[in-house]
Design a protein around this ligand. Structure first.
Ligand SMILES: [Zn+2]
Length: 244
């Protein structure tokens, strides 16, 4: 058992999972007002292309729900920073949600800074949650209602951790910063190896020859050998001579 004071939340997943929530809240809002049609989906794909993110919607056979590309961390950050919500939402609505996204992005950047003041962080995170929970409000001298943002039921465990626990971990691990414990490098490595695995297509070959894990480990140790021993991995190309 790892003792309770030896755990720390992973900054990468705070960003990934809270982004997922923010994104799906936008999509469900579009569905609620019956705007989630082909035109809208096209706009989303077009806007994703504009900011350099590959993105698609598709329907699984026999299913009625739209699936969409699950984005990698970098792409999520691009969407969080640059996606123009005005392409799919009315201007005022887009502005409101954009502010929420921008401030989340800011909090997330601060979270990764080694010397950021934990109290300041806590303060800003709580402020952000307040914005997230903006209630509907009656516009004075009219009976129109300005729609707020989201209800408490939209809060996820990661949002709770971000707002109520991260500052404590920032305090405890001042010496290193929360980012020092990030899962990002491990995820990156995992991604590289999975990519390598699919490229080599030694899937399913496991039991017949060598276990896949063993093969990946051997590949890994070969790469490390070249890296640490400074071995030149390419030989000079043979010169072509034209003989007349
Ligand atoms: Zn708690």
């Amino acid at each position: 058992m790892i003792s309770l004071d030896h755990w720390i939340p992973d900054e990468l997943h705070i960003m990934l999972r809270i982004f997922d929530r923010l994104w799906s809240l936008v999509l469900s809002e579009l569905k609620d007002v019956d705007q989630f049609d082909n035109v809208c989906r096209n706009e989303i794909v077009k806007e994703m292309n504009r900011i350099g993110v590959r993105f698609q919607f598709w329907k699984e056979n026999g299913s009625n729900t739209w699936n969409y590309t699950s984005l990698m961390g970098n792409d999520k950050l691009k969407v969080l920073k640059d996606f123009n919500l005005g392409q799919i939402l009315p201007p005022l609505r887009a502005k409101k949600i954009r502010e929420l996204w921008d401030r989340f992005n800011l909090i997330y950047s601060n979270l990764k800074l080694k010397d950021y003041d934990p109290h300041q962080f806590q303060f800003e995170a709580e402020d952000w949650l307040e914005l997230f929970l903006t209630p509907d409000r009656v516009i004075p001298n009219s009976n129109r209602i300005e729609k707020g943002l989201y209800s408490p039921s939209a809060i996820t465990p990661y949002i709770h951790v971000l707002v109520y626990h991260i500052s404590e971990f920032m305090e405890i691990h001042k010496q290193w910063g929360v980012k020092a414990f990030s899962c990002a490098p491990v995820e990156k490595k995992n991604h590289q190896q999975v990519t390598y695995f699919f490229r080599q297509s030694f899937k399913g070959r496991g039991s017949k020859h060598k276990s896949v894990i063993k093969e990946i480990l051997e590949y890994e140790s070969r790469s490390l050998f070249y890296l640490f021993d400074d071995v030149v991995t390419s030989t000079p190309k043979p010169k072509k001579l034209n003989i007349f």
